[in-house]
Design a protein around this ligand. Structure first.
Ligand code: BES
Ligand code: MG
Ligand code: ZN
Length: 492
């Protein structure tokens, strides 16, 4: 997507759709910007007829007869005193939706001056590009879809070329994650995920190792391999490394849950448990690979970054894990598998142990881990658990600055009682109540205490049935923006 800034003169701009953001007071006065393009008085009347008063969330479009622009879109930005960056982001998403029948260039006139212009420009450009996304890969004869291919942010005089490069890299990572999550489980298998990782590594010069079943067995990854046992497909343990040019000041590991399908195993998913949606149980790994793609392209200095995914399917056959089996993870801990549907944490037990052996400063895992997190926070907020307050704050900051919502939840140590096993060191499943907290506590057992660690449960946020904000219906690519913004900010 080509993104440019243009200084103030609207009359020199040409394109097919022009978006104007308006506050909820003195609308007619604000319309003066349109002088020379259209008649502010008749537009004010039209907006009035449509009951547009500039409140947040309002939008109206006007088709006009000329060639440039062919369409005007008005977006309400609410009270100017209360304007947040997120209002621009949401307003831009609405404007993008109103522009889906236009091609060529889209001009945007927003109150840039209220924020640092590169920050506002990044939010708006990302929002527009991400709102245009549609997955048509699985249609035999897809309808050609129109949308503008160039975005001109009008009224910005700074040169922010570098910001736009970053916008495009980040959006490409989000789109990659959305495509991985959206792909059906017969298409995106553990082998398919590994191939994608190899492809990304080649294109962006990352180091790549794929551990096969026998390699994982040598590492003693009994928890991960137990999950993979019931599938005809081989598990693939993926490890990519981004090495910065110059000095390494910090080393971080990003770990993603990579179940390309979760049937539940012998604790089969039944009733309302959405078994047909469990292709998205690799959402964490999709965000980690999306981040790898973006980071590889942005090439931040000073930070070495490891991307780790223990990928497999959770299926049933004669060799599948039994409910009640006891297995041993690669850190030596024995686990009684009292529920085969709590499989993500078993794969993560070995992935986190592997990450710890690399001795990084920070580990962050992303996982579609629990239905309990969906119940608690819904589809627009992910759960965050951390053993380190500073890391939690950094992640909350990184996520709020890019419009991804994160809410910190407690690592309530007393709930570990629920994971006590009569026979093994730990059970994989506690009581229903507080299910996302016991899941996080289970993961903590596989992280070295002196490593800063955060766990993000994206079970609710990785998919949206109806769409919201910058997310059209379907896979959201949640997490890529937070991870990339956070990782690229490590040495400031
Ligand atoms: N992949 C699911 C979690 C999930 C549920 C993701 C709904 C997205 C939407 C996970 O493997 C799972 O099955 N968790 C169980 C754990 C339980 C058995 C302790 C759950 O949440 O029901
Ligand atoms: Mg499960
Ligand atoms: Zn799962």
């Amino acid at each position: 997507m080509q993104i440019t800034v243009q200084t103030n003169n609207l009359r020199n701009w040409s394109g097919s759709v022009l978006v104007i953001g308006l506050f909820e007071e003195k609308v007619q006065l604000q319309l003066e910007v349109l002088n020379g393009i259209s008649d502010p008085t008749s537009i004010a009347k039209h907006l009035d007829d449509k009951d547009f008063s500039g409140k947040t969330g309002e939008r109206v479009h006007i088709q006009i007869l000329g060639d440039s622009p062919k369409k005007l879109v008005f977006i309400g930005l609410g009270d100017p005193e209360k304007l947040l960056l997120n209002d621009l982001r949401e307003g831009a998403a609405l404007a993008a939706r109103e522009s889906l029948d236009s091609d060529g260039a889209m001009g945007v006139v927003f109150p840039w001056g209220r924020f640092e212009s590169s920050i506002a420009a990044k939010a708006v450009a990302e929002s527009i590009r991400l709102s245009f996304f549609k997955d048509q890969r699985f249609q035999s004869d897809p309808k050609t879809r129109k949308h503008p291919v160039k975005i001109d942010l009008i009224g910005i005089s700074e040169n922010i070329e570098e910001t736009f490069k970053k916008v495009n890299s980040i959006c490409a990572g989000v789109e990659l994650a959305r495509e991985l999550v959206g792909a059906p489980p017969n298409e995106l298998t553990p082998g398919g995920l590994a191939n994608k990782a190899i492809e990304i590594a080649k294109e962006f010069k990352l180091e790549c190792t794929i551990l096969e079943r026998k390699d994982c067995a040598k590492e003693g990854m009994g928890a991960y391999l137990a999950v993979a046992k019931g599938s005809d497909l081989d598990p693939k343990f993926i490890h990519l490394i981004y090495k910065p040019s110059g000095q390494v000041l910090r080393r971080i590991a990003l770990v993603g849950k990579g179940l390309t399908f979760d049937s539940g195993g012998y604790n089969l998913k039944v009733g309302a448990s959405k078994i047909e949606m469990m292709k998205y149980d690799m959402g964490g790994s999709a965000s980690v690979l999306g981040a790898a793609r973006s980071i590889g392209e942005i090439a931040p200095k000073g930070t070495e970054i490891h991307f780790i995914i223990a990928s497999c399917e959770n299926m049933v056959n004669g060799s599948a894990v039994h409910p009640g089996d006891i297995v041993q993870a690669s850190n030596g801990k024995t686990i009684e598998i009292n529920n085969t549907d709590a499989e993500g944490r078993l794969t993560l037990a070995d992935a986190l142990t592997y990450a710890c052996k690399l001795k990084p400063d920070v580990i962050i895992d992303l996982a579609t881990l629990t239905g309990a997190c969906v119940v608690a926070l819904g589809e627009q907020i992910a759960g965050l658990w951390a053993n380190n307050d500073e890391l939690a704050e950094e992640l909350k900051e990184a996520s709020s600055s890019c419009g991804e919502n994160l809410w910190r939840m407690p690592l309530q140590s007393s709930y570990k009682e629920g994971l006590k096993s009569m026979l093994a060191d730990i059970k994989n499943t506690g009581p229903r109540a507080g299910g996302s907290i016991t899941a996080a506590l289970f993961l903590r057992e596989f992280v070295e205490k002196d490593i800063a660690w955060a766990h993000i449960d994206i079970a609710g946020t990785c998919w949206t049935d109806k769409g919201f904000g910058v997310n059209p219906a379907g896979a959201t690519g949640y997490g890529v923006q937070t991870l990339v913004n956070w990782a690229c900010n490590q040495n400031n």
